[in-house]
Design a protein around this ligand. Structure first.
Ligand code: GLN
Ligand code: ZN
Length: 766
């Protein structure tokens, strides 16, 4: 029995890579200094994996930016617009960053490659771009270099490659009339060349990540896997291929996968423990294949339950013996923070329930010891300790709150329903709110200036007292309110100046959440996030936003919109407890938000927005699981939103979303108004609402807030005209795409003034 790891966080314990990259981009450090930082992170990571006792350590899991982008460079899949850089011999490192971030230097002006979420994680990869008959070349031999680097330092490593089929499937066709899988024949020779070099240098195991196997695949896509791995096998019979899929079962792809001529099949037994039984039934597996049992959760931060993992391991051992089994994390540890030892101020009771990447390595090794007959004694004590710890967590009073559970269990259909239908509500709201046609509003945040962020930093360091900090915030809020009045917006916002982040702000005030000091996880490139940890039953000890919203409302006779983050988004952007279904945790958060909504209403706030930008990204990887998710997600939103009177208006907001395939669920959320991001797509995203005859009000964004560019009044009017062509004018609101926290005041002022004028001009035409 062997242990291996699929990948390790690459940022460094204290985000050294982030700092070095950003220093390099700013011209503050030289390329060789960045490379030095990168190398020391790699060596450290290998060392600590070796020290932990992992038998086969990954290499080429490191990346300056993203492993999919690395694969583009490896295979020479470099979009044409970057060719001038290749021709002028720009260093590969700079080319890589140019592809990731765009390039505006030396007379070039090249847009970056598109970025999108890596399966159901919050990690983003760069989307490969493919053209008809595209040729590939061995452009960059990073994998060989890192393999040799590890060997030179005497580490026993296995190179990790993004498999050719997933590489193609994860990309996009940039011209019509071909299927990117048709490029496989052109692409494979590059992989062969890389494998040949690795083989020449005596690589033994090669890990091929093929996470697209967690998706529903067409027969043609399945065939691509078969032919690819057969070709690899016939060229390199001596290489031992580990096929890694994670985040889901093999599902409908299983029968095909079992036939692949690979040495080892890796299983994510955290997401899908049930697949083990099916796989062990297979004659093929029983006779020759090795299984990598991904029992340690690479996606979450909870300590492994050894008893539970050992059950899975034992089941496999009964059929396969010990020699054909690997113990591993469920997926790359990229999605976990580095090291729990960096947390010094966390409640110690909670801390002992956790394991970050480094601790997970120990878990993998301990499980191997516990599963082995001879080594059991070495680890026996750890098993005892683990069992006690898991038991303690199950019964901890920190976690369990009977009132919360009773409340969730008592939820009924009625709690998810407004008193009256939208049609009736709309009349009552109009009578109450008296808004003009094409009402104007914004999505919530105004610029978070460096000044505001510096106040918060000082306040956290206690250099500013609560009173001083609040005074400063009140000051900017007041300015923002009177400015909104001046330019003539109809529904105002307080500006969210007091919020660091739309989830953290709520998590800090809700019971059941804990925060880390150093629990950073890579989101994209050098950007990391520090997700809150939901460890226990969630409730709201006291109002969270009522103070700021009432203060802001007291400054104006216009309507002030209350601003909340929705339950699904809070869930989606946190590490979630694994001892109850996510739906249950989501329902608890929904009740907490419902309490807040009702308190806002009581305080005289009659328009309340509940943001749900993450509803779409919570969708399961397999479509068959969508209905179940959508049902509880929509119901959580409705629980949060439905307590109010008919004439209180509920808004929701979503961005980065396509709506076609979930429009029914969006409609089922039954928000009185939904604002969405549409300006970049030129209102294309609105079509789904039109086709569905979406009945409630919609604010399609007319101002792309992700760009410093200010749209003109004419452009905005054109966009609204486009919207009006598909959605009746009575249903339309006018607003930007999203919050303005990343923008500067100057552009914001200019753009919003124009937006208000655009609305006025359109009203004239009615
Ligand atoms: N209300 C939030 C804001 O304006 C919404 C942010 C988001 O959708 N991501 O900042
Ligand atoms: Zn948004």
């Amino acid at each position: 029995m062997l242990t291996h790891n699929l990948g390790y966080p690459r940022m460094g314990n204290h985000r050294e890579l982030k700092k070095a990259c950003e220093g390099y981009w700013a011209g503050k450090i030289a390329a060789h200094q960045l490379e030095q930082t990168a190398q020391s992170i790699r060596l450290q990571n290998w060392q600590l994996q070796q020290d932990a006792g992992i038998d086969w350590i990954p290499c080429n899991d490191f990346s300056y930016y993203d492993q999919v982008l690395d694969t583009c460079l490896m295979t020479g899949a470099i979009p044409e617009r970057f060719h001038p850089l290749v021709e002028s011999n720009v260093a590969k490192l700079d080319l890589l960053f140019a592809m990731a971030r765009g390039y505006q230097q030396n007379g070039h002006d090249i847009t970056a490659m598109e970025m999108t979420k890596w399966f159901d994680t919050n990690y983003h990869y760069l989307v490969p771009e493919f053209r008809k008959n595209q040729q590939f070349t061995c452009f960059h031999n990073k994998v060989v270099r890192e393999f040799l680097e590890a060997k030179q330092h005497k580490f026993q490593v296995k190179p990790v490659l993004l498999g050719p089929v997933s590489f193609l499937l994860l990309g996009k066709e940039k011209e019509q009339g071909f299927n990117r899988l048709s490029l496989l024949d052109n692409l494979l020779p590059v992989y062969f060349e890389v494998l040949k070099q690795l083989d020449d240098h005596k690589a033994y195991y090669i890990q091929f990540d093929e996470p697209c196997l967690s998706l529903d695949l067409s027969p043609q896509e399945q065939k691509a896997f078969t032919s690819t791995y057969q070709a690899i096998k016939s060229k390199f019979p001596q290489l031992q291929i580990i096929l890694a899929n994670y985040f889901e079962c093999y599902g409908g792809n299983l029968q095909m996968v079992l036939q692949l001529p690979v040495h080892t099949i890796h299983l994510d037994l955290v997401r899908c423990p049930s697949q083990l039984g099916d796989i062990l039934e297979s004659e093929l597996v029983r006779s020759k294949t090795h299984l990598s049992l991904g029992v340690v959760d690479g996606r979450n931060i909870w300590k492994n339950d050894y008893q539970q993992s050992l059950q899975l391991i034992n089941t496999a051992m009964e059929k396969l013996g010990t020699d054909r089994i690997w113990i591993a994390p469920s997926c790359s540890l990229l999605h976990c923070p580095c090291d729990l030892d960096n947390e010094t101020s966390m409640n110690p009771e909670i801390k002992q329930w956790l394991a970050f990447a480094r601790q997970k390595l120990d878990e993998v090794v301990t499980l191997k010891q516990l599963a082995g007959v001879e080594s059991f004694a070495v680890a026996e004590e750890k098993l005892l300790e683990n069992t006690q710890c898991i038991e303690k967590r199950k019964t901890s009073t920190l976690i369990h709150n009977a009132d919360v559970q009773t409340r969730v269990n008592a939820l009924t259909e009625k709690d998810t329903q407004r008193n009256s239908s939208f049609k009736i509500r709309k009349g009552l709201q109009q009578a109450n709110l008296q808004l003009p046609a094409y009402p104007t509003t914004t999505i919530g945040s105004f610029p978070q200036t460096t000044e505001i962020r510096s106040w918060r930093a000082k306040w956290k360091k206690k250099e500013l007292s609560d009173e001083q900090y609040n005074e400063l915030l009140k000051e900017v809020t007041k300015k923002a309110v009177s400015w909104q009045e001046d330019i003539g917006l109809d529904v105002l916002v307080h500006g969210e100046f007091e919020r660091n982040d739309m989830v953290e702000y709520f998590g800090e005030q809700l019971a059941g959440f804990v925060f880390t000091e150093n629990g950073w996880v890579q989101s994209y490139g050098s950007r990391c996030v520090k997700p809150p940890i939901i460890y226990g039953d969630v409730f709201r000890p006291e109002p969270m936003t009522v103070g700021w919203s009432s203060y802001a409302q007291s400054l104006t006779s216009k309507w002030m919109k209350g601003m909340l983050t929705g339950p699904v988004t809070i869930l989606q952007w946190s590490f979630v407890r694994n001892d109850q279904p996510r739906s249950q945790t989501c329902a608890q958060i929904a009740l907490a938000i419902r309490d807040e909504v009702l308190d806002l209403e009581k305080a005289g706030i009659r328009i309340i927005q509940i943001d749900e930008p993450a509803i779409r990204e919570g969708l399961p990887l397999r479509k068959e699981n969508w209905p179940q998710y959508l049902e509880w997600a929509v119901s959580a939103f409705r629980v949060a939103a439905s307590g109010v009177q008919d004439d209180t208006q509920i808004h929701t907001h979503m961005c980065y979303s396509e709506f076609n395939d979930i429009i029914e669920s969006i409609a089922a959320m039954d928000a009185d108004v939904i604002t969405i991001e549409t300006s970049r797509s030129q209102m294309e995203l609105l079509q789904a609402f039109a086709d569905f005859n979406y009945p409630n009000d919609i604010g399609p964004g007319v101002y792309d807030i992700h760009s410093p560019r200010i749209p003109s009044r004419t452009e905005m009017i054109e966009l609204i005209e486009k919207a009006r062509a598909v959605i009746p004018a009575e249903q339309l609101w006018i607003n930007p795409d999203c919050g303005l926290k990343t923008r500067g005041w100057k552009e914001t002022e200019f753009a919003l003034k124009e937006m208000v004028q655009a609305a006025r001009e359109l009203r004239e035409l009615i």
